[in-house]
Design a protein around this ligand. Sequence first.
Ligand SMILES: *Cc1c(COP(=O)(O)O)cnc(C)c1O
Length: 405
Amino acid sequence: MNRRTFLSTAALGAASTALYPLSSSAQRPKAGDTPSESFDPWIEIHAPNLAHNVREVSRAAGKRPILAVIKNNGYGLGLATIARQMEPLPEVDGFAVVKLDEAVTLRDRDVKKPVLLMGPFTTPDLSTLTARNIMPMVYTPIGADLERAAATLPHPLDIHVCVDTGIGRVGVPYTEAAPLIRDLAARPNVRIAGVMMTFTEDEAFDQEQLKRFTALTGELSSSGIALGRRHAASSYTFFQHDNAWLDMVRPGMILYGVFPSPPFRKGSKIDLRPAVGLKTRVAFVKKIAAGTSAGYERAYVAKADTWLATLPVGHTDGWPRVAAKGARVRINQRLYPVIASVSASHTIVEIGAEQTVKVGDVATMFDWNDGSRPEDVAGASGASVYDLLMHLNPLLPRYLMTEEK
Ligand SMILES: *Cc1c(COP(=O)(O)O)cnc(C)c1O
């Protein structure tokens, strides 16, 4: 569907799509509610695209299960919203987050599929994890603590062991991993549901890391130790090393429909469709004469007479300062360059000699349309697609675009 149909059907609350306002309260959304009529920026979540990406990733990964990474507020889309959209999809085996609070929130919001906490936790936190059936990621000798925490459970505590094969962050060093894994495997209350690693995304070294990992897991498996699923593949690895898909893939960014880096997009065999948009409305339009400046430190000086539009969106909303280095904003089907600088709450765009936009027109910083995709903004300005999504202000109103039943 093109943008015009989407927006007009949204405005009429009709036909093939519906937009639901999402709020952190338990308020029930009403079908046909439209995006904010106010000037405040808002975020749209494209639910059909999200589901499409999940199916597409599963297909391309030879139907391997997907451990969906939804950390950092679901990459900016909204943690509970994303979990709720993905949970019914059979391709999604479970969810991974980094913050304890996010893991707990998922359970408090009734998410039932497995949840892996990839971030740190304290010994007392273990009772929070066991009470909510959250799997900890383990890489230190805490077997005794795990056993104690698991003692109250009617079943063993599922854990994933994180092995550092060269990235140097968390994880037991691969040279010391075998004794730790043997110790954990020997504990009756503990079950190893997975063994995982993270690549450095250095093309040649990744293969060395993979060798270290498969040597370790191969040796342990052949000595009869059950390791659960081996997983390593983030979005980058998904494209770069298909021999690293192992038993389960662990992507984030591609599920949201965004290519992690430009070479992967070009000629890609996988069809990713961005599932998120950042929009606002034109707040002010004015004409300035050649030689007139705009923005802090007079960062822009008009070469010719031109119309300028001010958008009430800025870096506090997650629209990065670097957008002024070449990003273009879509208004009424046309792309206009961001000029001067992006300040906390304002963005200025150059409209040109004709007044082609007016106050109240919808301005799209990025969405799913070609030319306005997050990758297009990133490519034109040097922004990172990760920053574009993950820095979206959690307080902005969010609307869910769904297919009408
Ligand atoms: C964020 C993260 C991922 C997903 O990364 P993408 O590049 O978004 O696919 C996978 N594994 C770990 C450990 C992560 O922290």
